[in-house]
Design a protein around this ligand. Structure first.
Ligand code: HEC
Length: 151
């Protein structure tokens, strides 16, 4: 009977700490594995190859092959790197897009009831006041610097 009580106490003390910092390893990676990996995993093409095949006539891919995003660094490529802001543009629920339509990946954030919560997790990871919706690659230096996105 000691163990469950100990576990509960540990949780009670750890919970406020856990609520503070959202990290890639602890929070985003598991979410990504559940909802994004099947289209952005190790078998998917790198963004460079993806862009090439999309531009070619043969590139009319089905819905399953997005650019590979299976590491922290590869995800950051679409957040603070050459495709800065793409992640926010694609995940936004429509409250920040010009036409009020959600970005193309919002619907992949889980079942309807889960999406808001999962989006909030991404927002907390990126950090207070850092969520902006712009075309990929268009973030300013200041906007990039505001992004926390802890590993
Ligand atoms: C059913 C397959 C599928 C799932 C699931 C999926 N994606 Fe995608 N994703 C795509 C495809 C295909 C594209 C390319 C769209 C295009 O460029 O027209 C894409 C593009 C993106 C881009 C834009 C990259 C860029 O720089 O242009 C981001 C960011 C992204 N996805 C993130 C996610 C995240 C995060 C998840 C999980 C919540 C997710 N995707 C789930 C298929 C998927």
């Amino acid at each position: 009977m000691k163990k469950p009580l100990f576990a509960l106490l540990t949780l009670a003390f750890a919970a406020p700490l856990l609520a503070q910092e959202v990290t890639y390893t602890k929070d985003i990676r598991p979410l990504w594995e559940e909802h994004c990996e099947r289209c952005h995993g190790a078998k998917s093409p790198t963004y460079e190859d993806f862009a090439k095949s999309k531009a070619s006539a043969a590139g009319a891919s089905d819905d399953s092959d997005g650019p590979r995003m299976d590491s922290y660094e590869r995800m950051m490529y679409h957040l603070t790197g050459p495709r800065s802001g793409a992640l926010m543009r694609m995940l936004d629920d429509g409250s920040n897009t010009a036409d009020r339509h959600p970005g193309g990946m919002f619907r992949h954030l889980g079942r309807r009831a889960e999406r808001k919560g999962n989006l909030d997790l991404f927002k907390r990871w990126i950090g207070e006041g850092a969520w902006v919706v712009k075309e990929p690659g268009q973030l300013s230096q200041e906007e990039v610097q505001k992004i926390k996105a802890a590993k």
